[in-house]
Design a protein around this ligand. Structure first.
Ligand SMILES: *Cc1c(COP(=O)(O)O)cnc(C)c1O
Length: 408
């Protein structure tokens, strides 16, 4: 009796300590709002944009309308997000160098009057992009490309870049060099050559279709590509890389979903960077894909001023799980020219990884990846938990900093 009371008391202390260790997050979590939690303000912006474009709710829900109504000119967005004269001039100057376009939907997520808005930082050109530091193609994708549109860097898988079209041109884009002035899907001949390449290299078991934004190909071409790839015996899985659930969630239509699920196993990786991107629309898009049996992953890019904060990342990743999206990667920002203001240091990324382990579900913990320059590939980094490894034993520290050893 006495013994069991002692155990209970110890346990109570332990649970109290666990409770204490989450207080810092509980204190801030409600102030880091998802787009669902701040939807009234987003809806207000949506109404203003619709009025300005003289359009209807039905237009808004149509992804073709979203795509063709993308804003490309600062003067046109000034009525919805106030910009001063200097900002308008800067945007025009930067946009002449790096293409600018934002869907009405993504524009509605910007919090007007908040210069630090993470949505604005990702989408509206900034004069800081004129910095000459960095390279246009730090990953040397050109150096590992086949038929222009294939990049092959690993033995068993490759990527096919099928379009340069995007719902919004991210200001930190790693492929800014290919975005060009005009929207172009790649030609049917090139797609055929890419399919032929996969077909004649039987070690390729995983094909990743990306862009631009893979889901901005028309349904008919997605259907064609999937049916061709599925004819190839050695192709086990097909993946899509798309930011449409975030930038034009209207793109996830019943017809698209119907096509995708005919060719399982099909995976989709998307790209949420901020809790504010989680809205009723993006939630619905993810749920439609998940309901079709498509495993969903998220590839976040760690960006200064957007998400280089442990609590923002925890809120983002936990919210993504409620949409059935598994955080897959956190990418350390690449040294792409014109993106220097987004760069962070490795310590910041490690601190975020450290803050996740133990404090949240393992499901909410992605791998943190640095891309080796010149095509050296994805390289994982972790806080160091292994303190010593030798003959006979290995010594670790756990997520709370307590050390332990196991026989080795
Ligand atoms: C990122 C990437 C892949 C996919 O990598 P996974 O780690 O399997 O997700 C494949 N090929 C290239 C060229 C890539 O850049």
């Amino acid at each position: 009796m006495e013994e069991s009371m002692k155990i209970n008391k110890n346990n109570n202390n332990k649970f109290d300590r666990l409770k204490d260790s989450i207080l810092d997050y509980l204190d801030v979590k409600d102030s880091i709002k998802t787009g669902i939690e701040d939807y009234d303000r987003i809806k207000f912006q949506k109404r203003r944009i619709l009025e300005m474009l003289n359009a209807t709710d039905k237009d808004w829900d149509d992804y073709i309308w979203q795509l063709k109504s993308r804003f490309t000119n600062a003067a046109h967005i000034a009525p919805v997000i106030p910009l001063d004269g200097k900002e308008t001039g800067d945007i025009a100057r930067v946009a002449a160098k790096y293409r600018f376009a934002i869907s009405p939907y993504y524009l509605s997520l910007i919090e007007p009057g908040n210069p630090a808005c993470p949505i604005k930082k990702q989408s509206i050109p900034s004069v800081e992009e004129m910095s000459e530091e960095g390279e246009l193609d730090p990953m040397d994708e050109k150096g590992s490309s086949i038929e222009d549109i294939i990049t092959r860097r690993y033995p068993d898988r490759l990527i096919i870049k099928v379009t340069n079209i995007c719902g919004m041109f991210c200001r930190f884009c790693q492929r800014r060099r290919m975005i060009g002035e005009f929207d172009t899907n790649c030609s049917v001949e090139k797609l055929k050559k890419a399919v032929d390449y996969v077909s004649s290299n039987n070690e390729i078991r995983d094909v990743l279709i990306t862009g631009g934004d893979a889901f901005l190909l028309p349904d008919s071409q997605i259907q064609w590509l999937l049916s061709e790839l599925r004819k190839i015996k050695h192709v086990e899985i097909i993946r899509f890389g798309t930011r449409t659930p975030v930038t034009i969630p209207q793109r996830i239509t019943p017809n698209l979903v119907k096509i995708l699920k005919k060719y399982h196993p099909v995976f989709v990786n998307t790209h949420f960077n901020s809790p504010r991107e989680i809205t009723p629309e993006s939630k619905k898009a993810c749920e439609m894909l998940a309901d079709a049996g498509i495993p969903l992953g998220n590839q976040m890019v760690l960006l200064n001023g957007v998400n280089n904060d442990k609590h923002i990342v925890r809120k983002l990743n936990q919210s993504l799980l409620t949409l059935r999206v598994k955080p897959y990667y956190i990418f350390h920002p690449k040294t792409v020219k014109g993106t220097k203001h987004f760069w962070v240091n490795i310590q910041e990324g490690l601190e975020i990884m450290e803050s996740l382990r133990g404090n949240t579900s393992g499901l909410a913990i992605p791998s943190y990846i640095v891309n080796g320059p010149k095509g050296l590939g994805k390289t994982p980094i972790l806080p160091n938990y292994l303190l010593y490894i030798g003959k006979g034993k290995a010594v670790f520290r756990n997520w709370q900093g307590e050390t332990f050893e196991i026989p080795n």
